[in-house]
Design a protein around this ligand. Structure first.
Ligand code: IPD
Length: 269
């Protein structure tokens, strides 16, 4: 039978804690650049690979019939019976922060049932801060149920965003930020999308948007954000996805959405 969201979350928490420990220990031991992906800024450390391998091995032991999707190793086939559960893992979100020893990187692990994310955990590798959510069960950190910002004025809102690794896309994203910055309190580029989403869940930033996120960047954090009351969606009624993710409290969603639409935030390369 299909496990409940709470059962999947319990597994996710155990696996993510061990993964975060490994990431922390590898960072303390001195991190190595194992390879680069699309550009030199897209650093893949030995740790990303080791941590994802550890997560995949742990899940294969606990839940052998589930399928997986990970940032470093891609999609793994479901086990013999195909359980309908898929795990989505970002072993180290905020890889550049990790490389530089900026204490803002996370393990992100989400569980989908039938294509819907039902449980997720995001754990800061350096600080141990841990955000969790289950579908319909709220978003939590340190035993506290989380609620998003009650800000209603976009001009007073602290808005987080991020940039992709592709040079043309970054230029486009910089133009969007240039057009937005005088209409909000300020902009933050903290460097880990999963953590950005979790910070919106407790109003440590008011809202967040980004173009070009992969599933592993947003699966767990997106559930944490929506369970904390944010509207998490794309442009013009589309669901949040690779074109654009906007996470904003209800009152800020329309003004931020319209501003981003005017600035063609989902357009460009
Ligand atoms: C990146 C971070 C960054 C975001 C990028 C992501 P990675 O993930 O989340 O904040 O702006 O779009 O690719 O490469 O560090 O796992």
């Amino acid at each position: 039978s299909t496990p409940t969201p709470q059962e999947l979350l319990a597994i996710a928490i155990d696996v993510a804690r061990e993964a975060a420990d490994t990431a922390y220990r590898m960072r303390a031991a001195g991190v190595e650049v194992a390879a680069t992906k699309s550009t030199i800024t897209d650093v893949v450390t030995a740790a990303d690979r080791a941590v994802e391998r550890q997560v995949l091995d742990a899940l294969a032991t606990i839940r052998p019939d589930d399928s997986v999707l990970g940032e470093e190793y891609g999609a793994g086939a479901p086990g013999a019976t195909g359980s309908g559960v898929r795990w989505i893992v970002d072993p180290i979100d905020g890889t550049v922060n990790y490389l530089y020893g900026l204490a803002h990187s996370a393990v992100s692990l989400a569980a989908e049932v039938g294509g819907v994310v039902v449980a997720g955990v995001v754990r800061n590798v350096f600080t141990g801060e841990e955000w969790t959510a289950t579908l319909g069960g709220g978003a939590w950190r340190a035993g506290q149920r989380l609620r998003c910002s009650t800000e209603t004025d976009l001009g007073q809102a602290l808005v987080a965003t991020g940039f992709g690794y592709d040079a043309a896309r970054r230029s486009h994203q910089a133009r969007v930020v240039a057009g937005l910055i005088s209409h909000v309190r300020d902009i933050r580029r903290l460097g880990a999308a999963a953590l950005d989403l979790c910070l919106t869940a407790e109003g440590r930033v008011d809202a967040y948007f980004e173009k070009g996120l992969a599933a592993w960047d947003q699966a767990a954090g997106g559930l944490v954000a929506s369970e904390a009351g944010l509207r998490v969606a794309g442009l013009r009624g589309l669901p949040a996805g690779p074109d654009l993710v906007i996470a904003a409290p209800e009152a800020l969603f329309a003004p931020l959405h319209d501003r981003l639409d005017d600035l063609d935030a989902a357009g460009g390369p």
